[in-house]
Design a protein. Structure first.
Length: 226
């Protein structure tokens, strides 16, 4: 390979590295647990977020520079069952001007388009109601607002299947912010229960990266045809 060919090859590698750099951010697998001796097991391969129970401090894990903290949860509980992701939860029964909600505050998440998959369970489901939705609560230290991103959804049937999911642009959020599950019925006496969260970056190369990649590939092809 001559000098020009080498430069084109380097350009190709640089362009491809731009498309894959964001892939190093995640996925993040966060399983809600309880900070007590009898806490339920954590799903294999997942990181525990510990909810404060019996006066013990909560656990806010940091994974790849991103920190996850229980947000507006008034209680944690292990409701039993065989599935680690869906048996224990952080919950809210207090309500307030914004309704009942509980979620996970996220700090340090890289800018990008993300897929949020949520495992959740709603006490109202026992009465035949499907009354919960998921979304994002922003700027809760200033002028808090909730944007609901999903329709009403059922509880998570298993470890393998999340209850709901949505995509969002982390660069557009006003911080601090949290992914939440909220009661979608103001008169409901049910309890929001947030079990687990999986965050995966949706890798979409920027237009500039695609242009560089295309130009380099075209030039290299022409050199080879000569």
């Amino acid at each position: 390979m001559n000098r020009i060919g080498t430069k084109l090859f380097v350009a190709l590698v640089a362009a491809m590295s731009c498309t894959t750099a964001s892939e190093a951010a995640g996925p993040f697998l966060i399983d809600v647990g309880l900070t007590q001796p009898s806490s339920s097991p954590v799903e294999s391969g997942w990181t525990e977020l510990g909810v404060e129970v019996n006066g013990l401090p909560s656990i806010s894990p940091t994974v790849m520079g991103v920190t996850f903290t229980a947000h507006e949860a008034t209680r944690g509980r292990d409701r039993g069952g065989p599935n680690p992701l869906t048996r224990d939860y952080l919950g809210d029964t207090a309500g307030g001007p914004e309704g009942e909600f509980a979620g996970i505050q996220i700090d340090g998440l890289p800018d990008g388009i993300w897929l949020a998959e949520i495992w959740a369970w709603d006490q109202s489901f026992q009465n035949g109601n499907i009354l919960q939705r998921a979304g994002i609560r922003e700027d809760f230290n200033g002028s808090p607002s909730i944007t609901l991103m999903t329709s009403q959804f059922n509880h998570s049937p298993s470890n393998l299947v999340p209850a709901t999911s949505f995509t969002f642009n982390s660069a557009s959020l006003t911080g601090p912010w949290a992914i939440i599950v909220q009661e979608d019925e103001p008169t409901s006496s049910g309890q929001v229960r947030f079990n687990a969260l999986r965050l995966s970056m949706v890798v979409v190369p920027e237009p500039g990266t695609l242009t560089v990649f295309g130009l380099a590939a075209t030039a290299l092809a022409k050199r080879r045809r000569r």
